[in-house]
Write a protein that binds this ligand. Structure first.
Ligand code: SAH
Length: 364
């Protein structure tokens, strides 16, 4: 207990401190960690929670990530891409509900048709969401994988200003183990740098609790986030999907579930304390493991939540992992449910605002 207190009082944490904090097992000590993360968040960023309405607009994917349910080799997924009208309908709902921002996410595609389609949609979204409440329209975050710097620029110029691309693991060895050989760690890092060059606010993140991942790996991930000077974090527990090659780890997963969940919360808290003013999302994967997962994430230092806007009739076809919550719900259900969850932990919602990361605004 004393050692934990001493570490939490330090101005600047070292790698050994990160490892120590991530390794905490005792509930009272984990509560101290949580309190420190919350204090850091409230002091440097604020207690408001910002919404990003999430539209999973296509599950067509050219990648074969060994952990992911919509990998191209999974024949059981029925593939879809929402058309323009379907996307814009959700965007309108998002604006009506007062969500200040939207996230467009999909499987990996980098062909010209795909980029052209996105550019067209982005411009329309901007046009149709400019209002008195939101003079610059909805804030738009993209999460559509590795692209060339030229294509990143096209997407930026069309109106997106944030981009999420997880490094998945900053340990090149582990990255190789969880991806097929054609997917390269170096390419992912290059893509993150290209996003910064273009001017995006950049988010990254990792899966927590991957088979063969160590606590030291996670501490190095945090140092990687710092070194890359990232603005936003989206991290969540690794959750098994039985139609992937990683189904072989089902024993590991069943035995370690609770540990993985706790570790994900500790990771959010340590990132908040160490990286201070970045935006951190409380991800849906937390709720796939625990009904109150996303509230827990917020209480451990996250300040962003992504209510689902994907049309209900498509939700079951976008399952990256098992136990995805809210599959039968409508957009309004998700809005009321999440608003109540935020109120239940005494926080407020930042309506009709982009809620950009303080870290990014400071750099400007
Ligand atoms: N194709 C895009 C976006 C879709 S995947 C991209 O790669 O950026 C979005 C995130 O879901 C991935 O970055 C990954 O970290 C996470 N994910 C995929 N499968 C998962 C699983 N089984 N458990 C937990 N997270 C998973």
């Amino acid at each position: 207990m004393e050692k934990t207190k001493k570490i939490l009082d330090k101005e600047q944490l070292e790698k050994e401190d990160l490892i120590y904090l991530l390794s905490l097992e005792n509930d009272d000590e984990i509560e101290l960690l949580r309190q420190k993360a919350e204090q850091t968040l409230f002091g440097l960023v604020g207690e408001k929670v910002f919404f990003r309405g999430l539209i999973e607009f296509s599950n067509i994917c050219t990648s074969d990530c060994l952990y992911c349910g919509i990998r191209k080799s999974n024949p059981n997924v029925s593939r879809y891409t929402l058309d323009e009208a379907e996307i814009l309908e959700q965007v309108q709902q998002c604006a009506n509900l007062g969500y200040g921002s939207i996230v467009l996410q999909s499987g990996e595609r980098s062909d010209n048709l795909f980029i052209d389609f996105l550019v067209k949609i982005l411009k329309k979204i901007k046009q149709m969401t400019i209002s008195e409440k939101q003079p610059e329209g909805l804030g738009i975050t993209l999460c559509v994988g590795e692209q060339t710097e030229e294509n990143y620029r096209r997407l930026y110029d069309a109106g997106a200003h944030r981009y999420l691309l997880r490094i998945e693991s900053s340990n090149p060895e582990l990255f190789r183990k969880i991806h097929p050989p054609e997917q390269k760690y170096e390419t992912r890092v290059k893509a993150l740098k290209a996003l910064k060059n273009v001017g995006f606010q950049v988010g990254t993140g990792v899966m927590i609790g991957l088979p063969e991942q160590t606590i030291e790996d996670l501490a190095n991930d945090i140092l990687f986030f710092k070194e890359m000077d990232i603005d936003m974090l989206g991290m969540g527990p690794y959750v098994i999907h039985n139609e992937t090659p990683f189904a072989v780890y089902s024993d590991y997963y069943e035995k370690n579930k609770e540990k993985i969940y706790k570790l994900a919360l500790k990771m959010i808290a340590v990132c908040r304390i160490f990286l201070k003013d970045v935006n951190i999302a409380s991800t849906t994967a937390l709720q796939a493991m625990q009904p109150v997962g996303r509230e827990d994430g917020l209480m451990f230092g996250a300040n962003i939540i992504m209510p689902l806007l994907t049309p209900t009739y498509r939700r079951k076809e976008y399952q990256l992992y098992e136990g995805k919550p809210c599959i039968e719900d409508s957009t309004e259900d998700c809005y009321f449910c999440i608003s109540n969850r935020i109120a239940s932990i005494g926080r407020t919602i930042g309506l009709d605002a982009w809620g950009d990361s303080k870290h990014a605004l400071k750099r400007k």
